[in-house]
Design a protein around this ligand. Structure first.
Ligand code: ATR
Length: 282
């Protein structure tokens, strides 16, 4: 598609940004819905984030996504935050409003929950504890989503206990921080297991987890999507658990931004999945 002076513009700001699959996803939607627009990868050093965000409106951008390492840094750089972005403590979607001011939103909790709803329609995490591995930025989004969806208990296991204890302070009694070494026992009676750590990702160490105590009715979701089918998902599916991969969260989290910038609510379809997944190892 040829970009013209009339094209609506958005993009993803990251450092580095080459790894981002967002240009592929939004590019697919722009073609699918025949929108005169462009979605660009924007490599911005951390020191330049403030200037880059301030320049969005001046350059005629509708907004942008933010990825590593900018999501938390953007907190003080937007004019207003949505309640969910405030709760998560990070911005992944910026919308330039008509007056040029910036609204900071976060669609990661939405993306996580939509992915679960579609991938495991019967999943009822109001029925028992959810186990969440990791206490980084993605974990915060997952815990916000679970809490808002009525989860009764979140067992949070992180290598650095202090990080999960800090999350428990922020979230209240629903989050129970547990030592990383106890992760196999924490699976007892769980209805949902979510891996938000980088373990199992290409180039990272494996996730060492004994699934014996995990009920067979529990849903297992790995946020890692490279590879698409992680060892955790293979092991869980092999013993009969319903599994949900991490690519869906990426695809669903893109929907609110696309709608805000380009005016059309995009759909996550099988051909979008295939297109975005085609450069991932499965
Ligand atoms: P994200 O934004 O994707 O959540 P992050 O904030 O860097 O990324 O969080 C990475 C998560 O993976 C953290 O929970 C981290 O544990 P620590 O808080 O102890 O650092 C976890 N992680 C990374 N490498 C790990 C490893 N080798 N063993 C256990 N956990 C690991």
């Amino acid at each position: 598609m040829i970009v013209t002076g009339a094209s609506q513009l958005a993009g993803v700001i990251g450092w580095p940004v080459q790894h981002s699959r967002s240009p592929r996803m939004h590019g697919f939607w722009l073609e699918r819905y025949r929108i005169d627009g462009a979605y660009l990868p924007l490599a911005v050093r951390p020191a330049n984030l403030k200037a880059a965000l301030a320049g969005l409106s001046a350059m005629g951008f509708e907004g942008c996504n933010l990825t590593v390492p900018h999501k938390e840094a953007a907190l003080g750089l937007v004019d207003e935050m949505t309640p969910i972005a405030t709760k998560i403590g990070a911005v992944n979607t910026v919308i330039v409003r008509k007056d040029g001011s910036l609204l900071g939103d976060n669609s990661d909790a939405f993306g996580f929950m939509e992915n679960l709803r579609v991938g495991a329609p019967g999943c009822d995490f109001t029925d028992g504890p959810a186990v969440v591995l990791g206490a980084g930025g993605s974990s915060r989004a997952v815990c916000v989503a679970l809490k808002e969806a009525g989860a009764v208990e979140i067992r949070l296991l992180n290598r650095t206990l202090e990080r999960s204890e800090n999350m428990a302070k922020a979230f209240g009694a629903i989050v129970q921080p547990l030592p990383w070494e106890t992760r196999a026992n924490a699976l007892d009676k769980a209805t949902l297991l979510v891996n938000t750590t980088s373990l199992g990702m290409d180039g990272q160490p494996p996730l060492d987890l004994d699934l014996s105590l995990l009920p067979l009715g529990a849903v297992v979701n790995d946020l890692v999507y490279s590879p698409l089918t992680t060892d955790l998902l293979t092991a869980a599916a092999g013993r009969g658990n319903i599994t949900v991969d991490g690519l869906g969260m990426l695809l669903h989290q893109g929907r609110p931004g696309f709608k805000a910038w380009f005016g059309i609510a995009p759909e996550v379809t099988d051909d979008l999945r295939t297109f975005v997944a085609s450069d991932l190892v499965s």
